[in-house]
Design a protein around this ligand. Structure first.
Ligand code: ADP
Length: 315
């Protein structure tokens, strides 16, 4: 079957350089870096030779160009990235709290990223796709929601598969329609990649064993729970479970780890690896990503992951 596709925001990310500093006063920032959870995800898929394309929209400006050039260079099919003259490229400003939490100021809805639509190029990409990956953040964009639901239906009808990374961001959860489409995507998903409380939110159950059981019963084939520096766990039908400890690395920037993790897991599974092998590679992809400043700067090739796995101790 055809390539993995995703639909959603391409952004530039601009980060505070000082942990704990708020945006209420001037401070030093770094960026722009190519970003947007769907963009990071698909870049990691392409770097691993997985074949990936994105349906998105950027402005006709430096921020848009920066992203398109980067994605193209890494092998992403950017034929369905619309370049809009009438809207600027979207952005995310990020600051870090001392406890490691992040706060975002997003400009998505009123940017080019908010204008995603089913263009002829997007339609053509959907027609070629074998897998649709959905990032929860993209469900906050009305146009993207429509394309996502259409792509899921079309690709599933051809025997393709679907994955969902809930990636719930409090800054974007303002819209009842987003939550309704979240449930539709969840019902269609073969693979779910939650982190932290997203497992409980998706299941409507607040203990891990119960939440996993509920979701597997509802028809999801595989659940991979991301646990940050605690690693990750795989849960499959017939309740098999595999745990994987995180690699011991120094975290510089956590943004993008979950996206790279998901992309590596999915790509390894689509290449025929077992869940345990895919989980190990995904842990490596997440760990490598956090060692680099910039959400998309720590993406890995399969060869880099393989070398990292043999060289790096685990926690
Ligand atoms: P998300 O970004 O979606 O919240 P996580 O923060 O759990 O996801 O990160 C995804 C994966 O990346 C983790 O499951 C782990 O494999 C890896 N990872 C994240 N942070 C670290 C870290 N500090 N050290 C090692 N691995 C990490």
């Amino acid at each position: 079957l055809g390539p993995t596709i995703t639909i959603g925001e391409i952004l530039v990310e601009i980060m505070a350089t000082t942990v704990g500093a708020g945006f209420l006063e001037p401070q030093s920032l770094t960026g722009p870096y190519p970003s947007g959870a769907p963009a990071i995800f698909i870049d990691q898929v392409a770097r691993m030779g997985g074949g990936g394309g994105i349906i998105a929209s950027v402005g006709k400006d430096d921020f848009g160009l920066l992203n398109i050039e980067r994605l193209r260079r890494d092998g992403v099919d950017v034929s369905a990235v619309a370049v809009r003259e009438d809207w600027p490229t979207g952005s995310a400003f990020v600051r870090y709290r001392p406890d490691g939490a992040r706060d975002f100021v997003f400009n998505i809805a009123r940017s080019a990223a908010g204008q995603i639509a089913l263009t002829p190029a997007a339609e053509a990409l959907v027609q070629r796709a074998g897998h649709v990956h959905v990032m929860g953040t993209a469900l906050s964009i009305p146009g993207a929601r429509e394309v996502i639901l259409y792509a899921i239906e079309t690709v599933r009808a051809r025997g393709g598969s679907v994955s969902l990374d809930p990636n719930l961001r409090k800054e974007l959860l303002t819209d009842g329609d987003a939550l309704e489409s979240f449930d539709k995507v969840l019902a269609a998903a073969d693979l779910l990649l939650p982190s932290g409380d997203e497992l409980f939110t998706a299941a409507g159950v607040s203990d891990e064993v119960g939440a996993v059981a509920r979701l597997l019963e509802s028809g999801i084939g595989e659940i991979v729970l991301k646990r940050g520096e605690q690693g990750a766990s795989f849960f499959g039908r017939d309740l098999q479970r595999v745990d994987c400890a995180a690699f011991a690395v120094d975290e510089i920037d956590p943004t993008g780890a979950g996206d790279c993790f998901g992309a590596a897991y999915l790509t390894c599974r689509r290449k025929g690896m077992t869940p345990a092998a895919a989980l190990l590679h995904a842990n490596a992809a997440g760990a490598r990503n956090v060692t680099r400043l910039g959400p998309m700067e720590g993406v890995s090739t399969l060869a880099e992951l393989t070398a990292f796995i043999t060289e790096t101790p685990r926690r």
